[in-house]
Write a protein that binds this ligand. Structure first.
Ligand code: CMC
Length: 429
């Protein structure tokens, strides 16, 4: 068998170095041994967007971007989307195994009994402007929760961690729904323990004067599947933010607030909102060629297309397309769907998109379903955040528990600024 190592020759000195290869990686710190002399700092790896740098060892989510494979703890996303529920998947992502029926019952009970938020958190949400973006409210409120649960900083204590995990998964939909109700000037709806996780969320969003909210089971299931598809996605931008911030050993509320902030951006979780606005702006199929021309001229991005990892297809987008058919059997077909289908058809035949390996991603169709479930457009990234909470927490806890390798994240830089110089008095500048 070939030796699991890499030989590097430094042409500046003629010296050779042997680097071990483990799990298809070479250890970046070993490059520091490669020096031209004793005063040389040693080589570093330059990788601005962490394109080809593994920052952790993880056992949570597996992606093969070329083959379009996504698995949580080894289970294919297609099977989970067909057979499981969001809370069961959250348990799997966090605990590593599917729960037994007893464990699932207890888990659902635990989550259901942590959904109410402190009245002061409600008042905090109420103090935002009526037109505040709900993602901004979510980010601020989750960060503020660390002040309501100061013991959460005991991150070494497994029971304490488990309690914060339950609280975050349980309270995220409540905060999201309260933020929405505040934005439309409606009284909040408190959680209903008789309903499932997603049905309760729909109740908190939509309930009016009826005594009991009766959600359509097909729509509840559609939302549950969307939550399953968004539960985790290994080391993406927001998860990396959670890991980096969490590596300072801060409490999980603060770490997750960083994740929510990262997710808010239009290149990440904000893309579902951006897709919807793009489709609305296109307005009719005859305007599609003009947009495609703009995209190819690099004057615009085709939102909902492209992915850092998937270069063939995004398996989540495939599942969502089927889900869209089920939803549109139940509710009036979203007229933007026809524009989206035509846009996809044209783009997938175009050389630019073929050569750049650009395919619809999870966000291309999810917004159309969310809109048909009557969610306002600015709630779309919030829905993503609710679902991703389980993944963020699993990744955060995995990092905390990796005693051997967990240190504070601290990247290096290539300094290209001014050389050392003397301070110049203001009258001499
Ligand atoms: N429309 C037009 N051109 C694109 C697009 C797009 N959506 N995405 C990538 N490209 C081009 C890009 O201009 C570049 O071209 P060239 O090589 O000629 O300079 C090439 O494809 C490679 O793109 P990149 O920006 O280097 O790729 P990346 O891996 O850094 O970015 C991405 C990935 C998702 C940020 C990017 O594809 C994008 O901006 N997509 C639109 C936003 C979007 O839909 N985001 C949701 C991602 S999925 C949900 C999630 O996990 O957040």
């Amino acid at each position: 068998m070939a030796e699991e190592s890499l030989t590097v020759r430094d042409n500046r000195t003629g010296k050779e170095y042997v680097l071990p290869i483990t799990n298809g990686t070479v250890p970046a710190p070993k490059f520091r041994d490669i020096k031209t002399g004793p005063d040389d700092f040693g080589l570093m790896c330059y990788d601005p967007a962490l394109n080809n740098t593994a920052v952790c060892k993880s056992r949570i989510t597996y992606i093969d971007g070329d083959k379009g494979i996504l698995e949580y703890r080894g289970y294919p996303i297609e099977q989970l989307a067909e057979k499981s529920t969001y809370l069961e998947v959250a348990y799997l992502v966090l605990h590593g195994e599917l729960p037994t029926s007893e464990q699932l019952k207890q888990w659902i009970h635990d989550i259901t009994h942590h959904t109410i938020i402190h009245e002061n958190i409600k008042r905090f949400i109420g103090s935002f402007h009526h037109d505040a973006h709900p993602m901004g409210i979510l980010c601020g409120t989750v960060g503020a929760m660390s002040t309501f649960y100061p013991s959460a900083k005991n991150i070494e204590d497994s029971e304490c961690r488990a309690l914060q995990i339950r609280r975050l998964i349980a309270k995220m939909p409540t905060i999201a729904a309260f933020a929405y109700r505040h934005s439309v000037g409606m009284p909040v709806v408190y959680p209903d323990n008789d309903l499932s996780y997603t049905a309760n969320f729909l109740s908190m969003m939509n309930k009016m004067t009826e005594l009991k909210y009766q959600p359509d089971p097909v729509l509840v299931r559609a939302l549950d599947v969307l939550f399953i598809l968004h539960a985790d996605h290994e080391q993406n931008c927001s998860t990396s933010a959670v890991r980096v911030v969490g590596s300072s050993r801060v409490d999980p509320y603060s770490a997750l607030a960083a994740g929510i902030a990262a997710l808010y951006g239009p290149l990440h979780g904000g893309a579902n909102e951006a897709v919807l606005r793009m489709l609305q702006e296109i307005g009719s199929k005859d305007k599609i060629p003009a947009l495609i021309r703009k995209v190819k001229a690099k004057e615009a991005l085709l939102m909902g297309f492209g992915h850092r990892v998937y270069k063939n297809f995004d398996p989540r987008a495939k599942i969502i397309k089927v889900l869209a058919d089920q939803v549109f059997d139940r509710v009036p077909r979203n007229p933007l769907l026809d524009i989206a289908l035509e846009l996809e058809r044209i783009a997938l035949q175009d050389d630019y998109f073929i050569q750049h390996k650009l395919y619809p991603n999870v966000d291309f169709y999810s917004g159309l379903i969310y809109q048909s479930l009557r969610f306002p457009v600015d709630m779309f990234p919030v829905l993503f955040a609710i679902a991703r909470t389980s993944g963020w927490l699993a990744q955060w806890e995995e990092m905390i528990l990796d005693e051997k390798e967990q240190r504070i994240a601290r990247p290096r830089q290539v300094y290209l600024g001014a050389k050392r110089r003397e301070y110049v008095a203001i009258e001499k500048r």
